[in-house]
Write a protein that binds this ligand. Structure first.
Ligand SMILES: N[C@@H](CCC(=O)N[C@@H](CS)C(=O)NCC(=O)O)C(=O)O
Length: 382
């Protein structure tokens, strides 16, 4: 079976699904969202313009990186298990799926859209390559880039990038690079000798924006060679861990968590937990105002809408506002489901309290988010 992966070369979320397909040796074709077929046939079926979309050889469509990975793994296509099964590793995997896809959006947007001299010539061509009709006149590519760039610069504010937060975004990202680089001194992947779901979450921003756009790619190469190598590794078909002596594809023994990984978890607590608190609080207030919202609906007017409102909170001493997306709550639920899967969570609870991440498991929405027909909807009241 050959899959078709619709996306763009520089798309953050496409990078996650692509990396999984490559690493697991699953044959697929990289297709671009600029294909007329994507706009005309696929988008209406999905209900909104969104990438990535995976098409199976019998025409089934799957949208969403996390759903694609889960489904292909359930179909037996994983070369190595993607989701760890021990309590601590399982939760850590989900924490980094959430943090990678959603928590690194501030640096991903800032470093793509604020360094025009270095980035713009590359991105103009790169956006055209992914979004214009294949073979079209360059003027179509230029128009497509103008349109996308305008939207994305505007969208940047909904991720909390502002004049006041920019210096903090840079400081926090450099701190993340230092911590991840230090962790990778001991193992080629987040949890040891092979990639797991946390690596696939992290690769989304670290490949597509931060490891590939000219300005941040140079920064990563200069400041965090091991992270840059990990980005390369995550797009290689083998384990690509020669400099570690090509260790066996095993996770840290005994559900173990090295100190360098604890330091990364502490970073997530400091950097992202305030945002999680804000959006869970916002969602619960929003749900409380809509007691009659029917299960299976989103409460939004159009299927293309993804944001239920804006939550404001203090981030590293600056007030920022972010869009509240049920999709993020769905990924947060995955962390919580992972924690709920084990009867004995003694070791996990100790780790969460030691790293300040307890609230990530404790903070829940009054209703679950479900994905039905590729869209996020609210489940019944708990
Ligand atoms: N969580 C979704 C998010 C997908 C997503 O937001 N993709 C971006 C591109 S990287 C997109 O399609 N945005 C819609 C737009 O630009 O209108 C997934 O992993 O599939």
């Amino acid at each position: 079976m050959t899959f078709k992966l619709y996306g763009t070369p520089g798309s953050l979320y496409t990078a996650k699904a692509r990396s999984w397909l490559i690493k697991n040796g699953v044959p697929f074709e990289n297709r671009v969202a600029g294909e007329p077929r994507f706009r005309e046939e696929i988008t209406p079926k999905i209900g909104r313009w969104i990438i990535p979309v995976l098409e199976t050889s019998d025409g089934e469509l799957l949208q969403d990186g996390s759903a694609i990975i889960e489904r292909l793994e359930a179909d037996g296509l994983a070369r190595w298990p993607t989701s760890p099964t021990t309590p601590r590793h399982r939760v850590i995997g989900q924490v980094f799926e959430l943090f990678g896809g959603e928590g690194l959006l501030r640096p991903a947007m800032h470093y793509r859209w604020h360094f025009d001299e270095a980035n713009q010539p590359f991105n103009a061509l790169d956006f055209a390559a992914g979004l214009a009709t294949p073979g079209a006149d360059p003027s179509e590519g230029a128009a497509v880039f103008q349109f996308a760039a305008q939207r994305m610069r505007k969208a940047m504010a909904t991720f909390g990038v502002s004049e006041a937060s920019i210096p903090l975004v840079e400081r926090s990202y450099e701190q993340f690079l230092d911590l991840f680089d230090a962790h990778l001194a001991g193992s080629p992947y987040l949890l040891g000798g092979r990639p797991t779901i946390g690596d696939y979450g992290l690769i989304a921003p670290l490949y597509a924006h931060l490891g590939r756009d000219p300005y941040p790619a140079a920064l990563m190469k200069r400041k965090a060679h091991r992270v840059w190598r990990w980005v390369e590794r995550m797009n290689a078909a083998d384990l690509d861990s020669g400099e570690y002596g090509y260790p066996a594809p095993d996770l840290f023994p005994d559900d173990g968590v090295p100190d360098t990984l604890k330091a990364l978890l502490r970073f997530v607590a400091e950097d992202y937990l305030p945002e999680v608190r804000a959006y869970v609080g916002f969602a619960n207030a929003w749900l409380a105002e809509r007691p009659d919202l029917k299960a299976g609906t989103s409460g939004l007017a159009r299927t293309s809408e993804r944001v239920i409102g804006r939550a404001t909170f203090d981030w590293r001493g600056v007030e920022i506002a972010v869009g509240v997306m049920p999709y993020r709550l769905w990924l947060l639920q995955k962390v919580q489901d992972a924690a709920d899967a084990h009867a004995d969570n003694t070791g996990l609870n100790a780790l969460l309290s030691e790293t300040g991440l307890g609230d990530l498991v404790a903070l829940r929405t009054a209703r679950r988010v479900e994905r039905v027909d590729q869209l996020e909807v609210w489940g019944p009241a708990r």
